[in-house]
Design a protein around this ligand. Structure first.
Ligand code: SF4
Length: 566
C-alpha cells in the first residue's frame, strides 16, 4: 500500500470534526462507498446520515470509501494500491458488507471503477440512495441487494437481520433478507422481454414479494438529517447542513423528488434548532435543505434565531410564490449576492403543463423583491424539451429574460451597480415516477438548436449569461434512469473500454429505444416493481392533464387520498 496515500488519508481525518473511529472486533463491518470523490461525497447529507446511523449501533462499524482524487490516480496505478477505507485504511475485501449510496445515475460508472480498483468482483455489493428507489435496474447485474426507500427507516432492520442470518450461505442469506420490507434482491426476479423489446413479465422467485414497498418515515422528527462530520475539504465546507422538510406537495410534473418522497413532511423548528446546536461551533453558515425551503412554514422562526447567534443562513431552493421579505432579508444579511429561482418555462401555458403554477407577475415580483432588498443578481432555472413545447415557449424564455433585465435591473441602477441575470437551462429528462415517465426525451440535435437560438438571441444583452447542461450528458442520464437490466451491459462495457461512447458501441444496445421512445399507456416499466404508494393511474391522469395544460393544486395530507400514498 502506498505510504503517500495512507498519509493523505490520516491527514484528511485529522482535519475533520465529528469523525467516528471504532475499534475492530466482533462487529459487523460496513464499507460505505460514495461513488465520487471525498470533496463531493462529504457534502451529501444522505451519505452522512447512513454513516451516522450505522455507527450509532454498538454492533456495527461503518467506514467511508470514495473514488480517489484525480491527482492520486497515478499513485494508485504506480503502486498497485487497492482502494481502502478512510478511517482505518482497510481494504474492501476485509469488510462484511460493501454498501453504496448512489444519488446520481452518472456515478454508476464510478461505482464499478471503485469495485475494480478494490479488487472486488463486480457482483458483490448492496446499494441505497435515490437512484435505488427511482429505478435500480441498470445496476441490477452488479448489486446483490438494494434498500428501497429512506435509509433511516430500513438500515437497522437490515443490519439486525444480517447479524441474525450471517452464517447462512449467500443465496439463503439474500432470500432471508428479502423478508424485510424495502429490500430488493434482483437475482430473485426474472425479466422477460417481448419481441418489440418492451418488458413482457417481471416475475419473483422463492420468497421474494411481487412488489417491493418503498420505506419512508412517518414521524419525520424521529430522525434528524444533518451534517455529522465537518471538513474544510468539501463543496459546502464551513456549512452546517440540515434537512428542514422532506418531500414537496406541489406536484411539478417533471420533478422526481416531488413524487418519490411523498407525502410532504415538515420538521419542528425547535427540534431542528436543538439538534444542530452542538455542531454550530464547527460552521459559520447553516444550509437549510428542502425541496422548497420557502414553502417551509416556520422559515422565519428558524432563520431569526440563527442570525441572532451570528450565523449565516443559506437555502437550497426557493419558490417564487412563497418567498417572503423576511427570508430575503435573512439571506441578504447572510451575504447572499444571488437569488436563485426556478420558473422552469418561459410561458404561462407551459408552466401549467408542468404544473408549476407560477405567473409572470410572481417571477417579476420575486426578482424585484430580492433586488429592492439588496440582492442584485438573479439565477433562473429553465427546462427545455418539455412535452407540448413550441417555438413560442422558447421565445418566451428570451422575452422573459429581456423583460426582467429591462424592468428589474433598472432598479439596480439606483444601487449604482447593474446586477446580472444567469439563465441555467437544462434539457428535460423524463424521469421514472413522474407524470412525464411515458414521454420521450427530445432529440439532442433539436435541444442544441434551441440552446443556440436562446444564446444567440441574448448575446447582445449585457448582464445576461446563459449556462446549460450538454444535451449529450442529458441523453446519457436519460438512458441510465429509464433503462432496464440490459443497460447494465453498457455500464460494464464503458468500464472496460474507458468511455461511455465506446461502451455504448461495444454493447450494441439500442439506446434510443430507452431515450427517444414514447412509452405505451399500459407498458410494464423496469421500475414498476417498486411500490411507492403512488398509483400508476394517477401519474397517467396527471400526464393527460399536462397535455391539456390543466393545473393540479398542491397536495394536502392527510385529508387527501388522490395519489394513493396517504
Ligand atoms: S394522497 Fe394526496 S396528500 Fe397524500 S401524498 Fe398523495 S396527493 Fe399528497
Amino acid at each position: 500500500m502506498s505510504r503517500k496515500l495512507k498519509e493523505k488519508a490520516v491527514h484528511r481525518l485529522s482535519s475533520e470534526k465529528g469523525t467516528i473511529i471504532k475499534r475492530w472486533g466482533r462487529k459487523v463491518t460496513v464499507a460505505l462507498i460514495y461513488p465520487n470523490t471525498y470533496y463531493v461525497g462529504m457534502s451529501n447529507l444522505g451519505y452522512q446520515q447512513v454513516y451516522y446511523l450505522l455507527n450509532q449501533r454498538e454492533d456495527t462499524i461503518c467506514e467511508r470509501v470514495f473514488l480517489p482524487d484525480r491527482e492520486d490516480m497515478d499513485e494508485y496505478q504506480r503502486t498497485g494500491t487497492p482502494i481502502f477505507s478512510l478511517e482505518s485504511q482497510r481494504l474492501l475485501r476485509e469488510f462484511d458488507i460493501i454498501a453504496f449510496s448512489i444519488p446520481f445515475e452518472n456515478d454508476y460508472l464510478n461505482a464499478l471503477k471503485i469495485l475494480q480498483m478494490g479488487n472486488i468482483p463486480l457482483l458483490a455489493s448492496i446499494s441505497g440512495g435515490v437512484t435505488s428507489f427511482l429505478n435500480p435496474e441498470p445496476m441490477a447485474d452488479f448489486v446483490d441487494l438494494f434498500l428501497i426507500g429512506e435509509g433511516e427507516e430500513v438500515v437497522n432492520e437490515f443490519i439486525d437481520s444480517f447479524i441474525k442470518n450471517n452464517d447462512a450461505e449467500k443465496v439463503e442469506l439474500l432470500s432471508k433478507l428479502t423478508k424485510i420490507e424495502g429490500v430488493y434482491v434482483p437475482s430473485l426476479y426474472s425479466v422477460r422481454y417481448k419481441t418489440d423489446g418492451t418488458i413482457e413479465s417481471f416475475v419473483q422467485k422463492g420468497k421474494a414479494s411481487r412488489k417491493v414497498k418503498r420505506r419512508w418515515i412517518r414521524d419525520i422528527d424521529s430522525a434528524h438529517t444533518l451534517s455529522r462530520i465537518f471538513t474544510p475539504e468539501t463543496e459546502f465546507s464551513g456549512m452546517h447542513l440540515v434537512e428542514i422538510s422532506r418531500g414537496c406537495g406541489r406536484g411539478c410534473r417533471f420533478c422526481t423528488a416531488g413524487f418519490i418522497y411523498l407525502p410532504p413532511r415538515i420538521r419542528n423548528p425547535k427540534s431542528i434548532l436543538d439538534k444542530i446546536e452542538p455542531g454550530l461551533k464547527n460552521a459559520e453558515k447553516v444550509g437549510l435543505v428542502s425541496a422548497a425551503a420557502s414553502d417551509y412554514p416556520f422559515i422565519n422562526s428558524l432563520c431569526a434565531p440563527l442570525i441572532a447567534k451570528g450565523k449565516k443562513v443559506s437555502v437550497s431552493s426557493l419558490r417564487m410564490d412563497s418567498t417572503t421579505d423576511e427570508l430575503v432579508d435573512a439571506l441578504k444579511e447572510s451575504g447572499h449576492k444571488t437569488m436563485t429561482f426556478a420558473p422552469e418555462a418561459g410561458t404561462e401555458r407551459l408552466r401549467n403543463v408542468i404544473n408549476k403554477g407560477i405567473s409572470e407577475d410572481d417571477i417579476l415580483k420575486s426578482v424585484e423583491m430580492a433586488i429592492s432588498r439588496g440582492i442584485l443578481n438573479a439565477k433562473l432555472y429553465f427546462l427545455i424539451g418539455l412535452p407540448t413545447e413550441t417555438d413560442e415557449d422558447i421565445e418566451g424564455i428570451v422575452k422573459l429574460a429581456k423583460r426582467i433585465k429591462k424592468e428589474v435591473l433598472a432598479l439596480t441602477k439606483e444601487a449604482g451597480r447593474i446586477g446580472t441575470i444567469t439563465l441555467s437551462i437544462n434539457p428535460l429528462i423524463p424521469k421514472p415516477w413522474t407524470p412525464f415517465q411515458w414521454s420521450p426525451m427530445e432529440d439532442v440535435k433539436s435541444l442544441s438548436n434551441k440552446l443556440k437560438y436562446i444564446k444567440e438571441s441574448l448575446k447582445k444583452e449585457g448582464n445576461i449569461e446563459v449556462i446549460h447542461e450538454n444535451p449529450k450528458d442529458s441523453y446519457l442520464q436519460a438512458l441510465l434512469s429509464r433503462g432496464d437490466r440490459r443497460v447494465g451491459g453498457i455500464i460494464r462495457a464503458a468500464l472496460e473500454t474507458g468511455s461511455w461512447n465506446r461502451g455504448i458501441k461495444e454493447s450494441q444496445v439500442e439506446t434510443d429505444f430507452y431515450v427517444y421512445r414514447m412509452r405505451g399507456r399500459d407498458e410494464i416499466f423496469p421500475w414498476d416493481f417498486i411500490d411507492h404508494g403512488i398509483e400508476k393511474g394517477y401519474l397517467w391522469k396527471e400526464y393527460e392533464r399536462a397535455l391539456k395544460g390543466q393545473f393540479t393544486p398542491p397536495c394536502n395530507p392527510p385529508k387527501c387520498h388522490r395519489c394513493g400514498v396517504c
